[in-house]
Design a protein around this ligand. Structure first.
Ligand code: F6P
Length: 339
Protein backbone atom coordinates (compact mmCIF):
# COMPACT_ATOMS: atom_id res chain seq x y z
CA UNK A 1 0.00 0.00 0.00
CA UNK A 2 1.59 3.29 -1.11
CA UNK A 3 1.06 6.27 1.17
CA UNK A 4 0.73 9.48 -0.83
CA UNK A 5 1.09 12.88 0.84
CA UNK A 6 -0.51 15.86 -0.88
CA UNK A 7 0.13 19.55 -0.28
CA UNK A 8 -0.76 22.92 -1.82
CA UNK A 9 1.88 25.66 -1.52
CA UNK A 10 2.30 29.27 -2.67
CA UNK A 11 -0.61 31.46 -3.80
CA UNK A 12 -3.99 29.79 -4.04
CA UNK A 13 -5.84 29.30 -7.30
CA UNK A 14 -9.31 28.06 -8.34
CA UNK A 15 -9.14 24.30 -8.89
CA UNK A 16 -6.82 23.31 -6.03
CA UNK A 17 -9.62 21.42 -4.29
CA UNK A 18 -10.46 19.64 -7.52
CA UNK A 19 -6.85 18.38 -7.68
CA UNK A 20 -6.91 17.25 -4.03
CA UNK A 21 -10.19 15.42 -4.74
CA UNK A 22 -8.72 13.97 -7.95
CA UNK A 23 -5.64 12.60 -6.18
CA UNK A 24 -7.62 11.18 -3.27
CA UNK A 25 -10.53 9.63 -5.16
CA UNK A 26 -8.25 8.09 -7.79
CA UNK A 27 -5.83 6.66 -5.23
CA UNK A 28 -8.68 5.09 -3.24
CA UNK A 29 -10.39 3.86 -6.40
CA UNK A 30 -7.16 2.09 -7.39
CA UNK A 31 -7.19 0.32 -4.04
CA UNK A 32 -3.39 0.23 -3.76
CA UNK A 33 -2.76 3.54 -2.04
CA UNK A 34 -3.95 5.88 0.70
CA UNK A 35 -3.67 9.64 1.00
CA UNK A 36 -2.51 11.98 3.73
CA UNK A 37 -3.23 15.71 3.46
CA UNK A 38 -0.36 18.00 4.52
CA UNK A 39 -1.64 21.29 5.92
CA UNK A 40 -0.45 24.80 5.01
CA UNK A 41 1.97 23.81 2.25
CA UNK A 42 5.61 23.11 3.08
CA UNK A 43 4.97 24.43 6.59
CA UNK A 44 2.88 21.31 7.39
CA UNK A 45 5.58 19.04 5.99
CA UNK A 46 8.14 20.74 8.23
CA UNK A 47 5.91 20.86 11.33
CA UNK A 48 4.18 17.48 11.00
CA UNK A 49 0.75 19.04 10.47
CA UNK A 50 -1.24 16.40 8.57
CA UNK A 51 -4.66 14.78 8.32
CA UNK A 52 -5.79 11.59 6.62
CA UNK A 53 -7.89 12.09 3.48
CA UNK A 54 -10.61 9.54 2.79
CA UNK A 55 -13.34 9.70 0.16
CA UNK A 56 -15.70 11.58 2.51
CA UNK A 57 -13.06 14.21 3.26
CA UNK A 58 -13.07 15.28 -0.38
CA UNK A 59 -16.81 15.18 -1.08
CA UNK A 60 -18.45 18.47 -2.05
CA UNK A 61 -15.20 20.34 -2.76
CA UNK A 62 -14.97 20.09 -6.57
CA UNK A 63 -16.58 23.50 -7.15
CA UNK A 64 -15.09 25.22 -4.09
CA UNK A 65 -12.37 27.85 -4.47
CA UNK A 66 -9.28 28.02 -2.25
CA UNK A 67 -7.75 24.88 -0.74
CA UNK A 68 -9.11 22.70 2.06
CA UNK A 69 -5.50 21.96 3.04
CA UNK A 70 -4.54 25.61 3.39
CA UNK A 71 -1.40 27.09 1.86
CA UNK A 72 1.52 29.27 2.89
CA UNK A 73 4.65 30.83 1.50
CA UNK A 74 6.88 29.00 3.99
CA UNK A 75 9.77 27.21 2.31
CA UNK A 76 12.05 24.44 3.65
CA UNK A 77 15.13 26.20 2.26
CA UNK A 78 14.22 29.63 3.64
CA UNK A 79 12.60 28.60 6.92
CA UNK A 80 14.34 25.26 7.48
CA UNK A 81 17.32 23.21 6.34
CA UNK A 82 15.88 21.58 3.22
CA UNK A 83 15.25 17.86 3.19
CA UNK A 84 16.37 17.51 6.82
CA UNK A 85 13.44 19.67 7.92
CA UNK A 86 10.78 17.54 6.21
CA UNK A 87 12.23 14.07 6.82
CA UNK A 88 10.59 13.61 10.22
CA UNK A 89 7.05 14.14 8.89
CA UNK A 90 7.75 11.77 5.98
CA UNK A 91 8.79 9.03 8.40
CA UNK A 92 6.13 9.73 11.05
CA UNK A 93 3.36 9.42 8.43
CA UNK A 94 5.00 6.61 6.45
CA UNK A 95 4.84 8.78 3.31
CA UNK A 96 6.26 7.15 0.17
CA UNK A 97 5.81 10.18 -2.06
CA UNK A 98 4.49 13.75 -1.92
CA UNK A 99 2.21 15.23 -4.59
CA UNK A 100 3.19 18.89 -4.63
CA UNK A 101 0.62 21.25 -6.15
CA UNK A 102 2.29 24.60 -6.81
CA UNK A 103 3.56 27.30 -9.11
CA UNK A 104 7.11 27.72 -10.40
CA UNK A 105 8.58 28.78 -7.02
CA UNK A 106 7.04 25.75 -5.28
CA UNK A 107 8.07 23.39 -8.07
CA UNK A 108 11.67 24.71 -7.88
CA UNK A 109 11.67 23.89 -4.16
CA UNK A 110 10.21 20.45 -4.94
CA UNK A 111 13.03 19.87 -7.43
CA UNK A 112 15.68 20.82 -4.86
CA UNK A 113 14.11 18.47 -2.32
CA UNK A 114 13.93 15.73 -4.98
CA UNK A 115 17.67 16.22 -5.57
CA UNK A 116 18.18 15.57 -1.86
CA UNK A 117 16.07 12.41 -2.02
CA UNK A 118 12.43 13.41 -1.48
CA UNK A 119 10.11 11.41 -3.79
CA UNK A 120 7.97 14.04 -5.51
CA UNK A 121 5.24 14.23 -8.15
CA UNK A 122 4.50 17.83 -9.20
CA UNK A 123 1.19 19.33 -10.29
CA UNK A 124 1.56 22.77 -11.95
CA UNK A 125 -0.76 25.43 -10.59
CA UNK A 126 -1.16 29.14 -11.29
CA UNK A 127 -3.65 31.60 -12.67
CA UNK A 128 -0.67 33.14 -14.54
CA UNK A 129 -0.41 30.21 -17.04
CA UNK A 130 3.35 30.76 -17.19
CA UNK A 131 4.70 27.31 -16.30
CA UNK A 132 6.84 25.70 -18.97
CA UNK A 133 6.07 22.20 -20.28
CA UNK A 134 2.29 22.43 -19.92
CA UNK A 135 -0.12 23.96 -22.43
CA UNK A 136 -2.39 25.37 -19.73
CA UNK A 137 -2.45 25.56 -15.95
CA UNK A 138 -5.76 25.21 -14.10
CA UNK A 139 -6.98 28.47 -12.56
CA UNK A 140 -6.04 30.44 -15.67
CA UNK A 141 -9.37 29.88 -17.42
CA UNK A 142 -11.25 31.01 -14.29
CA UNK A 143 -9.11 34.14 -13.95
CA UNK A 144 -9.68 34.97 -17.63
CA UNK A 145 -13.43 34.46 -17.21
CA UNK A 146 -13.53 36.81 -14.21
CA UNK A 147 -11.42 39.44 -15.99
CA UNK A 148 -13.55 39.19 -19.13
CA UNK A 149 -16.76 39.70 -17.17
CA UNK A 150 -15.16 42.73 -15.52
CA UNK A 151 -14.18 44.16 -18.93
CA UNK A 152 -17.73 43.64 -20.22
CA UNK A 153 -19.13 45.56 -17.24
CA UNK A 154 -16.53 48.31 -17.40
CA UNK A 155 -17.18 48.75 -21.13
CA UNK A 156 -20.80 49.80 -20.59
CA UNK A 157 -19.93 52.36 -17.91
CA UNK A 158 -16.96 53.65 -19.93
CA UNK A 159 -19.28 54.13 -22.90
CA UNK A 160 -21.93 55.96 -20.84
CA UNK A 161 -19.38 58.44 -19.50
CA UNK A 162 -17.04 58.74 -22.49
CA UNK A 163 -14.13 57.57 -20.39
CA UNK A 164 -11.00 55.57 -20.91
CA UNK A 165 -10.81 52.76 -18.35
CA UNK A 166 -7.60 50.88 -17.63
CA UNK A 167 -8.30 47.37 -16.31
CA UNK A 168 -5.28 45.95 -14.52
CA UNK A 169 -5.08 42.17 -14.34
CA UNK A 170 -2.68 39.77 -12.59
CA UNK A 171 -0.16 37.52 -14.33
CA UNK A 172 3.09 38.44 -12.59
CA UNK A 173 5.85 38.85 -15.18
CA UNK A 174 3.77 37.50 -18.07
CA UNK A 175 0.77 38.76 -20.00
CA UNK A 176 -1.35 35.62 -20.49
CA UNK A 177 -4.38 36.79 -18.52
CA UNK A 178 -4.19 40.24 -20.11
CA UNK A 179 -3.96 38.83 -23.64
CA UNK A 180 -6.78 36.28 -23.28
CA UNK A 181 -9.12 38.58 -21.34
CA UNK A 182 -8.30 41.46 -23.69
CA UNK A 183 -9.14 39.33 -26.71
CA UNK A 184 -12.30 37.96 -25.09
CA UNK A 185 -13.44 41.38 -23.92
CA UNK A 186 -12.61 43.22 -27.17
CA UNK A 187 -10.10 45.55 -25.50
CA UNK A 188 -8.90 48.55 -27.50
CA UNK A 189 -5.31 48.06 -26.37
CA UNK A 190 -3.48 45.46 -24.27
CA UNK A 191 -0.23 46.18 -22.46
CA UNK A 192 1.90 43.16 -21.55
CA UNK A 193 5.48 42.85 -20.28
CA UNK A 194 6.60 40.69 -23.21
CA UNK A 195 5.78 43.32 -25.87
CA UNK A 196 6.41 46.87 -24.60
CA UNK A 197 4.30 49.42 -26.49
CA UNK A 198 5.16 53.13 -26.08
CA UNK A 199 2.35 55.03 -24.35
CA UNK A 200 2.40 57.57 -27.22
CA UNK A 201 1.32 54.71 -29.50
CA UNK A 202 -1.50 53.74 -27.12
CA UNK A 203 -2.58 57.38 -26.96
CA UNK A 204 -2.65 57.52 -30.77
CA UNK A 205 -4.89 54.42 -30.84
CA UNK A 206 -7.30 56.01 -28.36
CA UNK A 207 -7.35 59.35 -30.23
CA UNK A 208 -8.10 57.56 -33.51
CA UNK A 209 -11.04 55.72 -31.88
CA UNK A 210 -12.41 58.96 -30.55
CA UNK A 211 -12.01 60.66 -33.96
CA UNK A 212 -14.09 57.85 -35.45
CA UNK A 213 -16.88 58.53 -33.01
CA UNK A 214 -16.10 56.02 -30.26
CA UNK A 215 -15.71 58.26 -27.26
CA UNK A 216 -14.64 55.56 -24.80
CA UNK A 217 -11.93 52.91 -24.65
CA UNK A 218 -10.85 49.91 -22.60
CA UNK A 219 -7.14 49.29 -22.09
CA UNK A 220 -6.10 46.04 -20.40
CA UNK A 221 -2.86 46.38 -18.43
CA UNK A 222 -0.91 43.37 -17.18
CA UNK A 223 0.37 44.06 -13.66
CA UNK A 224 3.91 43.12 -14.75
CA UNK A 225 4.44 45.85 -17.37
CA UNK A 226 7.42 48.11 -16.76
CA UNK A 227 6.26 50.99 -14.51
CA UNK A 228 6.80 54.43 -16.10
CA UNK A 229 8.30 55.63 -12.82
CA UNK A 230 10.96 53.50 -11.13
CA UNK A 231 9.35 51.68 -8.22
CA UNK A 232 10.93 49.73 -5.37
CA UNK A 233 8.68 46.83 -4.53
CA UNK A 234 8.85 44.31 -1.68
CA UNK A 235 9.78 40.73 -2.63
CA UNK A 236 8.26 37.46 -1.44
CA UNK A 237 10.35 34.56 -0.16
CA UNK A 238 10.85 33.18 -3.67
CA UNK A 239 12.32 36.54 -4.70
CA UNK A 240 9.24 37.54 -6.74
CA UNK A 241 8.34 41.24 -6.59
CA UNK A 242 4.93 42.04 -5.17
CA UNK A 243 3.11 43.62 -8.10
CA UNK A 244 -0.10 45.59 -8.46
CA UNK A 245 -1.04 49.17 -9.19
CA UNK A 246 1.07 49.99 -12.26
CA UNK A 247 -2.10 51.18 -14.04
CA UNK A 248 -2.29 54.07 -11.55
CA UNK A 249 1.03 55.32 -12.96
CA UNK A 250 -0.01 54.83 -16.58
CA UNK A 251 -3.47 56.48 -16.35
CA UNK A 252 -2.35 60.10 -15.75
CA UNK A 253 0.22 59.81 -18.54
CA UNK A 254 -2.40 58.61 -21.03
CA UNK A 255 -4.83 61.26 -19.80
CA UNK A 256 -2.14 63.89 -20.35
CA UNK A 257 -1.40 62.61 -23.86
CA UNK A 258 -5.04 62.31 -24.97
CA UNK A 259 -7.02 64.79 -22.88
CA UNK A 260 -9.61 62.02 -22.26
CA UNK A 261 -10.80 61.32 -18.72
CA UNK A 262 -9.03 58.12 -17.68
CA UNK A 263 -9.95 55.83 -14.76
CA UNK A 264 -8.40 52.67 -13.30
CA UNK A 265 -9.82 49.38 -12.00
CA UNK A 266 -7.36 46.91 -10.47
CA UNK A 267 -8.97 43.45 -10.32
CA UNK A 268 -6.40 41.96 -7.92
CA UNK A 269 -7.26 38.87 -5.89
CA UNK A 270 -10.82 38.75 -7.25
CA UNK A 271 -9.19 36.80 -10.09
CA UNK A 272 -8.04 34.06 -7.71
CA UNK A 273 -11.16 33.60 -5.61
CA UNK A 274 -14.33 31.61 -6.02
CA UNK A 275 -15.45 28.62 -8.00
CA UNK A 276 -13.35 27.25 -10.90
CA UNK A 277 -14.84 27.15 -14.41
CA UNK A 278 -15.89 23.81 -15.88
CA UNK A 279 -12.66 23.74 -17.94
CA UNK A 280 -10.52 24.22 -14.82
CA UNK A 281 -12.49 21.62 -12.84
CA UNK A 282 -11.92 19.04 -15.56
CA UNK A 283 -8.25 19.92 -16.05
CA UNK A 284 -7.56 19.91 -12.29
CA UNK A 285 -9.38 16.60 -11.83
CA UNK A 286 -7.41 14.96 -14.67
CA UNK A 287 -4.10 16.30 -13.32
CA UNK A 288 -4.94 15.03 -9.83
CA UNK A 289 -5.90 11.58 -11.08
CA UNK A 290 -2.74 11.37 -13.23
CA UNK A 291 -0.57 12.44 -10.27
CA UNK A 292 -2.16 9.72 -8.10
CA UNK A 293 -1.43 7.10 -10.77
CA UNK A 294 2.22 8.17 -11.03
CA UNK A 295 2.63 8.29 -7.26
CA UNK A 296 1.02 4.88 -6.77
CA UNK A 297 3.24 3.42 -9.48
CA UNK A 298 6.38 4.64 -7.74
CA UNK A 299 7.25 7.35 -10.29
CA UNK A 300 8.99 10.42 -8.88
CA UNK A 301 10.76 13.62 -9.92
CA UNK A 302 8.03 14.05 -12.53
CA UNK A 303 5.33 16.62 -13.16
CA UNK A 304 1.94 16.09 -14.78
CA UNK A 305 1.31 18.36 -17.75
CA UNK A 306 -1.36 19.11 -20.32
CA UNK A 307 -0.01 18.34 -23.78
CA UNK A 308 -2.69 18.89 -26.40
CA UNK A 309 -5.64 16.70 -25.42
CA UNK A 310 -3.56 14.46 -23.17
CA UNK A 311 -2.13 14.55 -19.65
CA UNK A 312 1.52 13.45 -19.73
CA UNK A 313 4.30 12.91 -17.19
CA UNK A 314 7.30 15.18 -17.87
CA UNK A 315 10.57 15.51 -15.92
CA UNK A 316 10.11 17.96 -13.04
CA UNK A 317 13.00 20.10 -14.29
CA UNK A 318 11.10 20.75 -17.53
CA UNK A 319 8.36 22.47 -15.56
CA UNK A 320 10.96 24.59 -13.75
CA UNK A 321 13.05 25.33 -16.82
CA UNK A 322 11.66 28.79 -17.60
CA UNK A 323 8.75 31.09 -17.03
CA UNK A 324 6.74 30.86 -20.25
CA UNK A 325 5.70 34.08 -21.96
CA UNK A 326 2.79 34.82 -24.30
CA UNK A 327 3.14 33.32 -27.75
CA UNK A 328 4.08 36.25 -30.07
CA UNK A 329 1.71 34.97 -32.77
CA UNK A 330 -1.19 35.09 -30.34
CA UNK A 331 -0.32 38.63 -29.31
CA UNK A 332 -0.03 39.66 -32.97
CA UNK A 333 -3.63 38.48 -33.46
CA UNK A 334 -4.76 40.47 -30.40
CA UNK A 335 -2.94 43.53 -31.71
CA UNK A 336 -4.86 43.52 -34.97
CA UNK A 337 -8.00 44.42 -32.99
CA UNK A 338 -6.51 47.44 -31.19
CA UNK A 339 -8.36 50.70 -31.64
O1 F6P B 1 1.16 33.91 -9.17
C1 F6P B 1 -0.20 34.16 -8.95
C2 F6P B 1 -0.41 35.59 -8.50
O2 F6P B 1 -1.80 35.79 -8.31
C3 F6P B 1 0.16 36.64 -9.44
O3 F6P B 1 -0.64 36.86 -10.57
C4 F6P B 1 0.27 37.81 -8.49
O4 F6P B 1 1.26 38.74 -8.91
C5 F6P B 1 0.70 37.16 -7.20
O5 F6P B 1 0.25 35.81 -7.27
C6 F6P B 1 0.10 37.80 -5.98
O6 F6P B 1 0.59 37.12 -4.86
P1 F6P B 1 0.07 37.41 -3.38
O7 F6P B 1 -1.29 36.77 -3.24
O8 F6P B 1 1.07 36.79 -2.51
O9 F6P B 1 -0.03 38.90 -3.23
Amino acid sequence: MAVIGVLTAGGDCPGLNAVIRGVTARALHRGDSEVVGILHGWEGLMDGDTRPLDRDAVRGILARGGTILGTSRKDPYVHGDGYESVKRTMLANGLDVVVVIGGDGTLQTALRLADEGLPVVGVPKTIDNDIAATDFTFGFDTAVQIATEAIDRLTTTAESHNRVILVEVMGRSKGWIATYAGLAGGADAILIPEVPVPLEEVAAILRRRHRHGHGYSIVVVAEGVEPPHKTKRPKDIFGFERLGGVAYQIAPILEGLTGFETRVTVLGHLQRGGSPTAFDRVLATRLGAAAADLAAEGRQRVMVAMRGPQIKAVPLEEGCAEVRGVDPELFAVARSFFG
